[in-house]
Ligand binder design. Structure first.
Ligand SMILES: [Ca+2]
Ligand SMILES: [Ca+2]
Length: 113
């Protein structure tokens, strides 16, 4: 499957198991070419609409909708976004409080359990 959405890519990086050394490079190139360069902190700020340093489900959902609609794709059902947002929170909301803090977002690839 294609990994063409910066935010989705960031959260879909494998969190376990061996990753070939060049996988990260390919990933970064792809992210760069798609997003024109925003790094994770910028992405986080893009998503964090009210700038309170945490991401709510609403903010993440909104971000996905904007990203997909910008692509000119057909409108998706809410359940489509809900599934994606659930996946994001499952992977990134480490303390399960329904919010993704910058720390949770940022430590994603370092915080191997
Ligand atoms: Ca926020
Ligand atoms: Ca949390």
């Amino acid at each position: 499957m294609g990994c063409s959405k910066t935010f989705a890519c960031l959260f879909q990086m494998p969190s376990g198991g061996p990753v070939p050394p060049n996988a990260t490079l390919v990933f970064e190139v792809e992210v760069y070419s798609v997003s024109k360069g925003p790094r994770s902190l910028e992405s986080f700020r893009d998503i964090d609409l009210d700038d309170d340093k945490v991401l709510t489900r609403d903010e993440v959902t909104f971000y996905f909708k904007v990203e997909f609609e910008r692509d000119g794709s057909k409108p998706r059902e809410d359940s489509f976004y809900e599934k994606m947002v659930n996946d994001v929170f499952q992977k990134s909301d480490h303390d399960r409080d329904g919010l993704i803090t910058y720390k949770e977002y940022n430590v994603y690839e370092h915080d191997e359990l």
